[in-house]
Design a protein around this ligand. Structure first.
Ligand SMILES: [Zn+2]
Length: 380
């Protein structure tokens, strides 16, 4: 008998309240699920309502549009970067998917000594902050256009940090990961997918406390492309060295299910993440503004817990957002013990009060993931 799968400290066996819609349904409670990389300017503000995603981090769009979305009530909660900060003419200027105002071009400081005036960098960072951004996004895509020099990038990082904001970078093209790591960038919007990072560089990213947002699926849209292989290899070594991985999909980029994308999670399994690490990656509150704990919501995953890490992606894809008060501790055996102690060949334990066996009758509406299709097939 295989040992029970360790889902980590965040997972708790629960059943749904006897007063609610699905009385007695047994499952697992998790913190709210967060997609750490989406683009609401493409998918719209309501695309993730009624999915399992309770928080999103919007990593690029017009400030006025995205900040208005973020002020709306309900779930998912929205934290955002605002505009892509980029070099003049740099990515994503001119991209069809980038709504006007998505990119904020910043010229290198002239170095004319007028230090009493706010620099162009300080002005741009302050603009994002004034609209409520909680992370600053920089685009470093040398494959398609000009990028910041090291000094300008360091100034952006320093300015963001002075305001308490982390910096997340889109890195694409030779040397861009190294530039970002050396300049103190806090996170990558995508696992680097255009070049293999050597182990020393990966180690320096880990030592700097970087977080990497996964977006492995959009490296190949489900096909095993060279970019997917590069990204999975980079992420595997980053994770093995102790790096912090955040689940993110770049939703709005290509065709992906609305909600949890099991294919993204499957690629994280390929990169070596254990079940508890998968759960940590999709529940970590980063940046702080995406916190949903004040809103009284949790994640409920119906049915018995998975017994293999390979089952975790499909299991998580059946999750839903529920009110915390709809859940109560399950007094039966802990979910983590059940797999080990069940008799071979018997069904998972069913509480006597449950009107339906756990896991056999998922809610009919919304269980088939809707797909969202866009023409924007490029990591953004
Ligand atoms: Zn993106």
């Amino acid at each position: 008998m295989a040992p029970p799968l360790d889902l980590g400290p965040l997972a708790r066996p629960v059943r749904r309240s006897l007063n609610g819609e699905h009385p007695g349904e047994v499952g697992t409670m998790l913190p709210p699920l967060i997609d750490h990389h989406v683009h609401l300017m493409i998918i719209g503000p309501d695309a993730l309502r009624d999915t399992a995603i309770a928080g999103v981090v919007d990593l690029g769009g017009p400030l006025d549009t995205i900040s208005a979305y973020a002020r709306r009530s309900g779930v998912p909660r929205v934290a955002f970067a605002g505009s892509f900060l980029t070099a003049p003419g740099g990515y994503p200027v001119g991209r069809s998917w980038a709504a006007p105002g998505s990119a904020r071009e910043i010229a290198a400081d002239a170095g004319d000594g007028r230090a009493a005036l706010p620099s162009s960098v300080e002005t741009a960072v302050s603009e994002q902050l004034a609209f409520g951004a909680s992370v600053i996004k920089v685009a470093l895509n040398s494959a398609t256009g000009p990028v910041f020099d090291r000094a300008t990038l360091e100034t952006i990082v320093a300015s963001a940090h002075a305001h308490g904001l982390p910096v997340v970078a889109h890195v694409e093209g030779e040397g861009m990961s190294r530039l970002a790591i050396d300049a103190g960038v806090d996170a990558f919007a995508h696992t680097p997918f255009t070049e293999r990072l050597d182990d020393a560089l990966v180690a320096s990213a880990v030592a700097a406390g970087q977080r990497w947002i996964s977006t492995l699926f959009v490296a190949g849209y489900g096909e095993p492309t060279p970019a997917t292989a590069i990204a999975v290899d980079n992420l595997a070594r980053f994770r093995a060295a102790g790096g912090r991985v955040l689940y993110g999909t770049d939703l709005g980029n290509g065709e992906q299910p609305l909600g949890v994308n099991p294919a993204e999670l499957e690629l994280l399994v390929d990169a070596g993440l254990a079940a508890s690490e998968l759960i940590a990656s999709i529940t970590e509150v980063w940046p702080a503004a995406v916190a949903t704990d004040r809103h009284g919501i949790a994640t409920f995953v119906p049915g018995p817990p998975p017994v293999s890490v390979d089952d975790v992606p499909r299991w998580l894809a059946t999750a839903r957002v529920v009110a915390v008060e709809d859940l109560e501790p399950y007094a039966g055996r802990p979910a983590s013990d059940r797999a080990a102690s069940d008799q071979p060949g018997t069904a998972p334990e069913q509480p006597g009060t449950a009107p339906e066996p756990p896991g056999t009758a998922p809610e009919p509406p919304g269980t088939a993931p809707e797909q969202i299709r866009t023409d924007h097939l490029e990591p953004q």
